[in-house]
Design a protein around this ligand. Structure first.
Ligand code: IPE
Ligand code: IPE
Ligand code: MG
Length: 251
């Protein structure tokens, strides 16, 4: 297994509707085609050595879409669960859905619960579908839960983090958005505070393992400073400490 500094990858799978429309088809055609490539990307994430892959499949804002489109998205999730179940278990993947799924058909909810339960002890890639998910909603829920359980206690960053939906996934290292738009659209707001962002013009149904790998390798080379200076500057500044002292005194 490869070692990588990009352990948690999150993807905003966008551009399905435009993909279909540019081919004079209904938007839902794009969702159908888009759902077919998900397993390729999951496999590639695993091959690249990522520990977690979080996919944005349906946002809290997507509830405002036409009912017919929403129903297709529900159906595609169900189809994915039925079709990919064996492969997920065979590949040692731990599957979870995060978000409010209470409006999904009962059968789909039970398929989710079953797969979550059957894969919970798997030690491989942590695959999470964000469905009925919104970053702001997650933070508000976490804060409310904390207040309820700890009346009068002060909230800290660590405590809030521990009350999020999937605290064990930790921060996002790489956030990719397909479809050409450069925004976060309420995805993993807290967890992406220091994520490396990558926006590709490619619409989700055309996204390939190859492009995913290229993005991953490209971003792996970026220096992540987390507010610090880069390591070579750190070295130089140690060497210059004496001269700096004089400079600072004379400020
Ligand atoms: C992303 O594709 C899928 C969902 C949001 C469910 P879109 O349906 O947003 O496609 P575009 O962005 O309109 O092309
Ligand atoms: C973000 O895409 C949500 C998902 C991919 C599930 P949207 O298409 O809903 O985002 P906006 O409306 O362009 O911001
Ligand atoms: Mg979109």
């Amino acid at each position: 297994m490869k070692e990588t500094n990009l352990k948690h990858i999150a993807i905003i799978m966008d551009g399905n509707g435009r993909w279909a429309q540019s081919r004079s088809h209904e938007r839902i055609w794009g969702h159908i085609r888009g759902s077919k490539i998900v397993s390729n990307i999951v496999e590639e994430a695993d091959d690249l050595g990522a520990k977690a892959l979080t996919l944005y499949a349906f946002s809290t804002e997507n509830w405002s879409r036409p009912v017919g489109e929403v129903k297709v998205l529900f159906k595609l999730l169900k189809k994915f669960l039925l079709k990919e179940r064996n492969r997920i278990l065979k590949n040692n993947i731990q599957f979870k859905v995060m978000g409010d799924i209470t409006k999904l058909p009962e059968k789909t909810q039970s398929l989710i619960a079953e797969l979550e339960n059957d894969s919970k002890d798997n030690k491989g890639l942590k695959l999470t579908f964000a469905f009925g998910y919104g970053g702001r909603d997650e933070i508000v829920q976490a804060a409310n839960k904390f207040i309820k359980e700890n009346p009068g206690k002060e909230l800290t960053e660590e405590l809030l983090q521990s009350y999020l939906l999937m605290p064990h996934l930790g921060d996002v290292d790489l956030l990719i958005r397909t479809g050409g738009d450069q925004r976060i659209s309420n995805f993993l707001l807290w967890q992406s505070a220091y994520a490396e962002l990558y926006f590709t013009q490619t619409k989700w149904p055309d996204f390939t393992r190859k492009e995913f790998k290229e993005i991953f390798e490209f971003v792996s080379k970026r220096e992540r400073r987390f507010g610090n200076v880069c390591s070579s500057d750190l070295q130089t500044s140690k060497m210059m400490a004496v001269e700096n002292k004089e400079l600072i005194t004379n400020l």
